[in-house]
Write a protein that binds this ligand. Structure first.
Ligand code: FMN
Length: 350
């Protein structure tokens, strides 16, 4: 490989990484890296220190986040005019990822010239999306923790979302009964507050909270995208015991619920979510689903705390009579939410 060739392949991977870094990750930890091995090949690795093993029991959601990343990579490659094949490592010891080596290989990516697009492909695969539209959609997809506009989502949009989930063999369940939506939002608030009392989970999350103005590049959860003032976030970590006092808990609950006013819908995603290949597949589904929402101007806020806490996961299972739900979220129309920063580069040249 000549130096010039080397620069060329590095540039391709940098351009792909620049788009793929828009993939969402739990707590915006951005643990995945592209390690170029040649003009057409790269390793895809996870950075151990960026996992959340205390909260994300068994690293299940991080495994799914790799699926999200894989889908983002496919769109990113298409954006730079290439096709990409991603070979997911067949055997990954997910449960012990956080005790493994600093970098763990999760997959390999191979670039090729783009093949012809089958006109029968539907828009959600994004193979027929114009390149600029592709990037715009990836930028438009965001988590919205803002109040939502108090109006129902169009039935055609929820049908399109259900279609995407179904294509991947998952189920999207959507609920708009006002009392039920209220109950779920309250349950989530209780889960968030209760989880604050779990010392090791709290300390793990604390490391990902960021205060002050959101920078253009970075990671973690910043106060503006979180839609919570710094004092509130700081007090949650500094004096979690306060939240055990009934009066204060009530006050905190009300404040949190105020940020979610206007929510008309909660959604559930259900399907296989235990084994490594299923987790990656679920993540791929989530990214396709989330981008479909973005195409319909719909935002969501995942409510992960509920499913990482066994007590609340149980309550959800009983409430909705499902035993395979792996994501609960609220969704609807909202103002454009503040952007969560991304690391300047996720490409590691060795
Ligand atoms: C699997 C998964 C679980 C998440 N769980 C939560 C959650 O419980 N609460 C929340 O507010 N955001 C949650 N998020 C949203 C992330 O914090 C968000 O994607 C990240 O900060 C990047 O922001 P963006 O989605 O606006 O690009 C979750 C995201 C993913 C991928």
């Amino acid at each position: 490989m000549t130096a010039r060739g080397g620069q060329l392949y590095d540039r391709v991977w940098d351009r792909i990484g620049d788009v793929a870094r828009l993939a969402p990750t739990p707590h915006n930890t951005q643990p995945f890296r592209i390690v170029p091995r040649g003009p057409r090949n790269a390793d895809l690795v996870v950075v151990r220190e960026r996992l959340l093993p205390r909260e994300d029991h068994g690293n299940l959601y991080m495994a799914a986040a790799f699926g999200i990343f894989a889908t983002a990579l496919e769109h990113a490659a298409r954006y730079v005019g290439r096709d990409i094949a991603i070979d997911v490592a067949p055997l990954v010891d997910i449960a012990n990822l956080h005790t493994a080596s600093r970098r763990v290989l999760l997959g390999r990516a191979t670039l090729s010239e783009p093949g012809p697009v089958d006109p029968a492909e539907t828009r959600w695969t994004m193979r027929i999306e114009p390149r600029d539209g592709l990037r715009a959609l990836l930028e438009t997809r965001r988590t919205s923790r803002l109040p939502y506009h108090d109006r129902p989502v169009l039935g055609a949009s929820t049908s399109a979302m259900a279609h995407v989930a179904g294509v991947y063999g998952h189920r999207f369940l959507s609920f708009d009964d006002a009392a039920l939506v209220r109950r779920v939002l309250r349950l989530n608030t209780d889960a968030v507050i209760d989880n604050l009392q779990l010392g090791d989970e709290r300390e793990e999350i604390r490391g990902w909270y960021r205060y002050g103005d959101t920078p253009p590049d970075g990671d973690g959860l910043w106060e503006r995208p979180m839609n919570q003032p710094a004092w509130e976030l700081r007090s949650a970590f500094a004096t979690p015991w306060l939240y055990r006092l009934p009066g204060f808990r009530q006050f905190a609950r009300r404040r949190y619920l105020r940020t979610q006013r206007g929510t008309r819908h909660v959604g559930l995603l259900c399907g296989p979510f235990v084994e490594w290949p299923d987790l990656v597949h679920a993540g791929r589904m989530l990214m396709a689903f989330w981008l479909e929402m973005a195409a319909h101007d719909i935002y969501m806020q995942p409510m992960g705390s509920m499913l990482t806490n066994a007590k609340y996961a149980d309550a959800i299972a009983r409430q909705f009579d499902v035993d395979d739900c792996w994501l609960v979220f609220r969704f609807g129309y909202s103002d454009v939410p503040p952007r969560a920063p991304r690391l300047r580069s996720i490409v590691e040249h060795e």
